[in-house]
Design a protein around this ligand. Structure first.
Ligand code: C5P
Length: 249
């Protein structure tokens, strides 16, 4: 039972593979394989090293979240998504503000591509409002709603267009869970435990325990694992917090 719950907890932990070169990225994958549920490949790493890091992660039997936040005309995003499906990524995301048509075409193209190749259909998430934007930033780019309303508006649009869930800040989990029900997938970065020693740029944070208890399906964690002296120990502690959060739900 204990092993089962630790396994279920580690499946919910996504490690942010924020390296700028292939060798460093691969050594994190080697260290953390089997201890986390997925590796997140973002813009920095993908731009620096390209698809070979995804192939290497998949060859080790691990899962990949391709965090490139696609946002372009529908045809371009649909085709980029098909390229992601061909790499057999398990999860990827698009900007909800690309609009319904972009999302619908992307979901349809991805499903068709996966089915044709006999691959599992990846989870497609939407990014609503970047957490770096405050009310003044939103007004500057012409959004009149406040951040919370804009998150809900874009999450609803994206859900109706076919995404399976959203990337959401810790502070929006409860609102999204209440509004969109249990099946809507919520992935939350900005995780910092109460006793965390590192001080950095993340402001609106929750602990792994609180995020999972509040309703996050997956949490994304980078520096609390990568920037501490004992990464594997930090990883194990976060998995234990997730298990405790699941048990407290
Ligand atoms: O190191 P840290 O745990 O802050 O890493 C969090 C990861 O999640 C980074 O890859 C970061 O780009 C990403 N992210 C975030 N906040 C968001 C969206 C994504 O920190 N709102």
């Amino acid at each position: 039972m204990k092993n089962t719950s630790i396994r279920a907890a580690s499946d919910k932990l996504i490690f942010a593979l924020d390296a700028d070169n292939y060798e460093d990225a691969l050594s994190w994958v080697e260290l953390l394989s089997g201890h986390v549920g997925m590796f997140k490949v973002g813009k920095e790493l993908f731009t620096a090293v390209g698809p070979k890091i995804i192939e290497s992660i998949k060859n080790k039997g691990q899962r990949v979240f391709l965090d490139l936040k696609f946002h372009d005309i529908p045809n371009t995003v649909a085709r980029a998504a098909q390229a992601a499906v061909r790499l057999n990524v398990d999860m990827f995301n698009v900007h909800a503000s690309g609009g319904s048509q972009m999302i619908k075409e992307t979901v349809a193209a991805s499903w068709a591509c996966a089915d044709k190749l006999g691959l599992p259909r990846p989870v497609i998430l939407a990014v609503t409002v970047l957490t770096s934007l405050n009310k003044a930033d939103l007004a500057e780019i012409g959004f009149s709603k406040d951040a919370g309303e804009q998150v809900l508006h874009l999450a609803k649009l994206a859900k109706n267009a076919g995404v399976s869930g959203v990337v959401a800040s810790a502070l929006d989990i409860a609102m999204l869970r209440a509004k969109f029900g249990d099946k809507f997938i919520i992935v939350t970065p900005g995780i910092r435990s109460a006793g965390a020693k590192i001080k950095d740029d993340q402001k609106r944070t929750l602990s792994a325990y609180e995020a999972v208890k509040t309703g996050a399906d997956y949490i994304v964690v980078g520096r609390p694992i990568s920037a501490v002296p004992e990464p594997l120990e930090a990883c194990r502690q976060i998995v234990q917090e997730i298990a405790d959060g699941l048990a407290a739900k």
